[in-house]
Design a protein around this ligand. Structure first.
Ligand code: 1PR
Length: 535
C-alpha cells in the first residue's frame, strides 16, 4: 500500500495511475498521523508555494512531514514538494518552507530565458542512487518557474543538478527520502522507472550520502545539457453528427468535408499511439467547448481519465474553460471547471475564447481586476498550468500606423498587394473576429499569469504549407513565457524551420500525424539533424 498526500492542487490522478501501473494500491493520507505512520508516502503536486505551505500548515501535515523525514521513512516528493523542503521561496516571501534542507527557492531569471521552464531537460547525477537504477541519462519532464538554489550547506542533500539559465538542484535525497523537481509520472518510461525503483524498494538504504562536491557526476546527461524542443500531438475533439466523440481536423478551421464532420479516429486510442511514438505532450482541444458545458460534457472528462491511465507525458485540455451557469442556475467558476479537468488527469488547461474576452475587459478597464479565469487558475495551480490558445487570422492593411495594431511587413502580400498585416484574434473557433491582435492577447495574458501561448493560425491550419513564421516570430519576441507554434505543418522539415526562424519552444501538429503522412520520429530526426535538442 502506498500512501499519497493529496492536498488538492494539481494533477494527482497521474501519480495514482503510475503507482497502479506497478500493481500497487493507493491510500490517501488524510490525517497527520497517517503521514508519519505510512510505510511509503508520495507527496506530489504543482502549485503556488504560499498556497501549498498554507494548506500543509492548516492541516497539520507540515509538522507531520518534518517528523516523517526526520525519521528517514521512505518518502518521494515531486515538484513543489521538493521546493517545500527548503527554508523559503521567492514565490511567497515571508512564508516558511518545511526547513528540512538549508537554502532558498528562487525564480528563474535570465534575459531571453523562457519562464516557466516547460519541457524535457536532463540532469547530472552526483552520486549513485538506487532510485536511479537503470537510468541512462534520458531527458525528464520539468514544469516550473522556481528552482532550488544549490549552496555549500545543501550539497549533502543534492542528488542531481540540471542546467537551465544556470545549474540548479533537480533532485535531493538522503537515506530513504527523495524528491525530484521533474515529474516522474509525466516523464515517460524513464520517469516511471525512477518511481518504480522507489515503489519496489524493500531494504533500508545503505548508500552513504557523500556530498555532491566530493565526487564527479556518476551519470552525465545522455545529450548536451539544456531544454529540448517539444513536439506536441494535438487532437481536436468534438461530437460528430451521430453524437460520438471523435478526433476531427479543420482546414482553416472548417472540420466538415461534404457536410460530414471529419472523423480521424478515437481520442484515447490516438493519444496512446502518439505517446508510444514519442510525442512530448498531448493536447486535446474540445472545439465545440464554447457551446458545451464541460462539467456535463462527461465524454471529455472520461477521455482524460482513460488517457491518463496509459499516457505518462503531459496532457493539456482546452475548450470551454470558462465560467458557466447550468440550466438549473448553478454557477461554476472557470476555476471549478479547470479543477475538474485537473482532477480528471490534465496537467495544463488551455483557454481560448475567454482569454479574448478577458483582454477586452482589461483594455476597457485599463487594468486587471484579479478575477479573470487566467488570474484565478494561475494563482491556485501556478502559471505553468495555464495555456492561452490563440486563434488568429491575418488582416492586411496598406497603412500599418493607421491600423492601431501590431503590424508586420509580410513576405506574403495581401489580395490587394497590401504589404502589411496584423493578426486578428477570434473567438468560437474562428467564427467571430475581435478588435484584439495576437501581440496584445499574448502580452496581457502573460501579465495576468498565463504560463504558455499555444499560437494557432487560421490561415495556415490544415494547409500543410508550413507554420506562419512571421506570426510566431512576432509573438515570441513579445513575451517571455514559452510559445508553442501551431498550424500548417506539412513535412518534417517544417519543424526545425520554425524553431530556427522564430525561437519557438515547442511545435504542434495534428493533420500530418492523424493522416499518417509524417511520423513523430521523422520530425525529431529532422530536428536533431538540424542540431536542435530533442528527447
Ligand atoms: O475557445 O476556450 O472554448 O477553446 C476552443 C479551442 O478549440 C481552442 O484551442 C481553439 O484553437 C480550438 N478550436 C476551435 N475550433 C477549432 C476548429 O478547428 N474549428 N481548433 C479549433 C483549432 C488548432 C489545432 C490545429 C493546428 C494544427 N485547431 O488543433 O491542430 O492548427 O493543425 P495542422 O497541424 O493540421 O495544421 P475555447
Amino acid at each position: 500500500m502506498i500512501h499519497l498526500l493529496d492536498y488538492g492542487a494539481g494533477n494527482v490522478r497521474s501519480v495514482r495511475n503510475a503507482i497502479n501501473s506497478f500493481g500497487f494500491q493507493v491510500a490517501d493520507a488524510k490525517q497527520p498521523e497517517e503521514i508519519v505512520a505510512a510505510d511509503k508516502l508520495i507527496f506530489p503536486g504543482v502549485g503556488n508555494f504560499g498556497v501549498v505551505m498554507g494548506r500543509l500548515a492548516a492541516s497539520g501535515f507540515a509538522e507531520a512531514l518534518r517528523q516523517r523525514i526526520a525519521l528517514g521513512k521512505p518518502t518521494f516528493g515531486i515538484c513543489i514538494a521538493l521546493q517545500a523542503m527548503f527554508e523559503g521561496s521567492e514565490e511567497a516571501p515571508g512564508v516558511a518552507g518545511l526547513g528540512i534542507i538549508p537554502g532558498q527557492v528562487r525564480r528563474f531569471f535570465k534575459p531571453g530565458l523562457a519562464v516557466p521552464q516547460i519541457g524535457w531537460n536532463n540532469l547530472k547525477l552526483w552520486r549513485d542512487s538506487p532510485y536511479f537504477a537503470g537510468y541512462g541519462g534520458e531527458r525528464l519532464y520539468f514544469v516550473h518557474s522556481f528552482y532550488a538554489d544549490l549552496n555549500e550547506n545543501n550539497r549533502d542533500w543534492t542528488l542531481a543538478t540540471t542546467s537551465y539559465g544556470g545549474e540548479y538542484i533537480s533532485a535531493v535525497a538522503k537515506g530513504e527520502v527523495i524528491a525530484t523537481q521533474f515529474h516522474p509520472e509525466k516523464s515517460g518510461e524513464a520517469g516511471l522507472n525512477i518511481l518504480g525503483n522507489f515503489l519496489k524498494r524493500r531494504q533500508t538504504l545503505t548508500v552513504a550520502s557523500d556530498s555532491a562536491a566530493a565526487c564527479p557526476p556518476k551519470q552525465e546527461p545522455s545529450g548536451p545539457p539544456g531544454l529540448a524542443k517539444r513536439i506536441i500531438a494535438c487532437l481536436d475533439v468534438r461530437a460528430n453528427d451521430e453524437g460520438d466523440l471523435v478526433v476531427t481536423k479543420g482546414d482553416q478551421y472548417d472540420v466538415r468535408e461534404e457536410g460530414i464532420v471529419r472523423n480521424l479516429g478515437q481520442p484515447v486510442a490516438l493519444a496512446e499511439r502518439y505517446y508510444r511514438e514519442g510525442a512530448d505532450e498531448i493536447a486535446f482541444l474540445n472545439i465545440t467547448g464554447f457551446r458545451d458545458f464541460p462539467l456535463q460534457d462527461q465524454p471529455m472528462l472520461e477521455v482524460l481519465e482513460k488517457t491518463s491511465e496509459k499516457v505518462f507525458v503531459p496532457l493539456t485540455i482546452g475548450g470551454g474553460i470558462r465560467a458557466f451557469t447550468d440550466k438549473n442556475g448553478k454557477h461554476y467558476s472557470a476555476l471549478d471547471v479547470a479543477g475538474r479537468y485537473f482532477r480528471a488527469g490534465a496537467d495544463k488547461i488551455s483557454i481560448g475564447s475567454d482569454a479574448v474576452a478577458t483582454v477586452e475587459a482589461y483594455l476597457r478597464r485599463g487594468a486587471a481586476d484579479g478575477a479573470s479565469p487566467i488570474e484565478e487558475i494561475s494563482r491556485v495551480y501556478g502559471a505553468q498550468a495555464v495555456v492561452i490558445s490563440v486563434d488568429p487570422r491575418r488582416v492586411y492593411v496598406t497603412n500599418p500606423s493607421a491600423s492601431g495594431h501590431a503590424c508586420i511587413k509580410t513576405k506574403f502580400p495581401g489580395p490587394g498587394g497590401e504589404k502589411y498585416c496584423w493578426y486578428q484574434c477570434t473567438v468560437k473557433g474562428g467564427r467571430e473576429g475581435r478588435d484584439i491582435d495576437a501581440v496584445q492577447l499574448a502580452t496581457i495574458c502573460e501579465r495576468l499569469g498565463a504560463g504558455e501561448i499555444l499560437l494557432n493560425c487560421i490561415d495556415r491550419d490544415g494547409g500543410n504549407q508550413g507554420f506562419d513564421l512571421e506570426l510566431i516570430a512576432q509573438v515570441k519576441a513579445a513575451v517571455s513565457i514559452p510559445v508553442i507554434a501551431s498550424s500548417g505543418a506539412g513535412k518534417a522539415s517544417h519543424f526545425p524551420e520554425v524553431f530556427r526562424e522564430t525561437g519557438a519552444d515547442a511545435a504542434l501538429a495534428a493533420g500530418i500525424f492523424h493522416r499518417n503522412e509524417v511520423a513523430i520520429s521523422e520530425v525529431k530526426a529532422a530536428c536533431a539533424a538540424a542540431g536542435l535538442l530533442v528527447r
